[in-house]
Write a protein that binds this ligand. Structure first.
Ligand code: PLP
Length: 424
């Protein structure tokens, strides 16, 4: 907050398409989709109108003991889209992760007994900022402060190829993961993973085949797999969901961020029938899942989410992505040879450029240089909003960005990196 106040961050007043406008009327590209959630651009008429239309009926009514038309319609669509037959709504990604963890725990204890109180996650994982989601988080700077407050999680290595000591990142990481499963099989409630990309850690890409191996090993041992698609869902990786890249079927799928097109807070944890049915019983059996949020399944948010899914169909959003993804790849390939560009990682419309002080040794810049942040400041001057993850510059534009807009943003990013490193 100290430097934030000193730097005078822009105050955003309105948006249009992929642009944001601040209170001085200055226009910026929104190159991080307003923290990874905007999908079809700001003020999309279809989504704007859906919210207005819903507002003329009702803004919110509870799902505790009642249903609501818009949340039911959304559920029907999500079930078709994900193949997961049961949906539980919350209002943030973290909240939906909590639901996934609590359900997985209650389900596993009931089946396997009380010893089932451990989760398996990955180093560098990010699943949100509430204490349950922090317990399965593996980013030390975010999470280590809270360690005394957290439940026990076993951390498998992050498949971070760029910083893995050998060439066999995938095999060695999977081997360690399997050892953990074998050592603690009876005590594990669930494995939690960000499929394909560890986003908040700096867009770390899982090697091809990694996710499907994790699924195979968990299925063999009858351990629940929770796939947290809060960042990767809704087209971000080039397919509707990241699990689609390896045809993986999780037991629990967690959705957030892009679910409403980036308009309103809504998230969901989606479950298999087996899990759902284990919570059914006569009242006095008390098999309930005691969990419910005030704004669960909010009607305005559901209306926005339905409209966003309609836009996917009408505008053929996914079909149009491949040439955009290719364009980003092409522009990035020119950056690879730059002296301080250590690694470039891209999965669809989700990308990071890791800057390093010394390319040969992969030595990071010292913290006080705030190199990632310097790029942000340079980009801001050039009319683009971005937000780094440490010294990894993030490029995560709305899926609706045109080829020209992408080219312009990538040009600004490239210039900003050069300027930030130049003054170093
Ligand atoms: C952002 C994110 C979350 C947390 O979502 P919030 O809505 O910020 O609580 C959880 N998991 C992943 C993978 C995320 O990227």
């Amino acid at each position: 907050m100290q430097t934030y106040a000193e730097e005078g961050a822009p105050i955003i007043e309105r948006g249009e398409g992929i642009f944001l406008f601040d209170t001085d009327g200055k226009k910026y590209y929104d190159s991080i989709s307003s923290l990874w959630c905007n999908v079809h651009g700001h003020r999309h008429p279809r989504i704007d109108n859906a919210i207005k239309f819903q507002l003329e009926k009702i803004a919110h009514s509870t799902l505790l003991g009642l249903g609501s038309v818009s949340s039911l319609e959304l559920t029907e669509r999500l079930v078709k889209l994900t193949g997961m037959p049961h949906v539980f709504y919350a209002d943030s990604g973290s909240g939906a992760v909590e639901i996934a963890l609590k359900v997985a725990y209650q389900f596993s204890v009931r089946r396997k007994g009380k010893s089932c109180n451990k989760f398996v996650s990955f180093k560098n994982a990010y699943h949100g900022d509430t204490l349950g989601s922090v317990s399965v988080g593996g980013i030390d700077i975010f999470h280590s402060t809270f360690k005394p407050l957290l439940f026990e999680t076993l951390f498998a290595p992050s498949p971070y190829a760029y910083r893995w000591p050998t060439e066999n990142c995938k095999e060695e990481a999977l081997k360690k993961f399997e050892e953990i499963l074998n050592s603690f099989e009876k005590e594990i409630s669930a494995v939690v993973i960000e499929p394909m990309v560890q986003g908040a850690a700096g867009m770390i890409l899982e090697p091809s085949g990694f996710l499907s191996e994790i699924r195979r090993m968990t299925a063999e041992r009858d351990i629940i797999l929770i796939c947290d698609e809060v960042a990767t869902g809704f087209g971000r990786t080039g397919k509707m969901f990241a699990v689609d890249h390896e045809s993986v079927k999780p037991d629990v799928l967690v959705l957030g961020k892009g679910i409403t097109g980036g308009y309103l807070p809504l998230s969901a944890a989606c479950f298999t029938t087996e899990i759902f049915e284990s919570f059914l019983g006569r009242h006095e059996e008390m098999k309930h899942f005691f969990h419910g949020h005030t704004y669960t399944g909010n009607a305005l948010a559901s209306a926005a989410a339905i409209a966003s899914l309609e836009v996917f169909e009408e505008e053929k959003t996914l079909e149009k992505l491949s040439e955009k993804i290719k364009l980003i790849e092409d522009k990035f390939s020119k950056l690879r040879s730059r002296s301080n560009v250590g690694d470039i990682r891209q999965c669809g419309m989700m990308a990071g450029i890791e800057l390093v002080e010394e390319k040969a040794t992969k030595k990071s810049f010292p913290l006080e240089k705030r190199m990632g942040h310097r790029v942000t400041i340079e980009a801001r001057r050039r009319g683009m909003i971005t937000r780094p993850l440490g010294d990894t510059c993030v490029f995560m534009p709305p899926l609706s960005s045109s080829l020209d807009e992408l080219t312009a943003m990538l040009e600004i990013l490239s210039e900003s990196i050069e300027a930030a490193i130049g003054d170093n």
